[in-house]
Design a protein around this ligand. Structure first.
Ligand code: MG
Length: 198
């Protein structure tokens, strides 16, 4: 049971990705460092700092503890609705974004059944993009969440610093693992801030 997407979910997701790319490009263009103003060759100017957080949902923005303590979801909401997310974890996430100015790129499976706009509404902050969904390679090798993150990064060379947060191990270089029993903690946030270099 999902919210917000019917059988035609693929097309809006593709549009959302395209819009997100434009938004990110616009953001990069508007955040060049002040020293570049008036530069005769802006194309060769130093890139601005673009920080990205690859965000998982389940086990990060909710937890076993939250599931045990939270009131049941309103009838008809289904599993993928706002009441499945822990308000305390969401507030920690928003604090992280405020402190670091990072872009949020959703790597969670929630991206497969919510538009970028719906994800933004759930989080209460702007979701810049989602990672691509990769299936098996032509020779049958299963693609991982780390492969999806790397594919996104290859398409975004403007990114200067990034980190993934997930309760499962993700095979990427920069990664903070949460404990699904408790979700995103203050200590996790500090590790993420340290990596993102606010
Ligand atoms: Mg998870």
């Amino acid at each position: 049971m999902v919210l917000g997407q019917g059988p035609g979910g693929r097309k809006p997701r593709a549009e959302a990705t395209s819009c997100a790319q434009r938004d990110l490009n616009a953001w990069v263009g508007s955040h060049r460092s002040s020293g570049e103003d008036g530069d005769a060759a802006p194309e060769r100017a130093q890139s601005p700092a673009v920080r990205v957080l690859f965000l998982d949902f389940d086990g990060v923005l909710n937890s076993d503890r939250f599931d045990a303590e939270a009131p049941p979801a309103p009838e008809g909401e289904g599993w993928w609705g706002p009441s499945a997310l822990d308000p305390h974890a969401l507030e920690r996430l928003r604090g992280l974004v405020r402190r670091t100015g990072c872009h949020v790129v959703v790597s969670s499976t929630w991206r497969l059944n919510h538009s970028r706009e719906a994800l933004s509404a759930l989080l209460g902050l702007v979701v810049a993009d989602i990672t691509p969904r990769l299936h098996r390679t032509p020779d049958g090798v299963r693609q991982t969440r780390g492969d999806e993150i790397r594919a996104w990064l290859e398409a975004h060379p403007e990114v200067s610093t990034w980190v993934a947060v997930d309760d499962d191990i993700v095979d990427v270089a920069f990664f903070v693992r949460t404990d699904a029993a408790v979700g995103l903690t203050d200590e996790d946030v500090e590790r993420l801030v340290e990596r993102l270099g606010a």
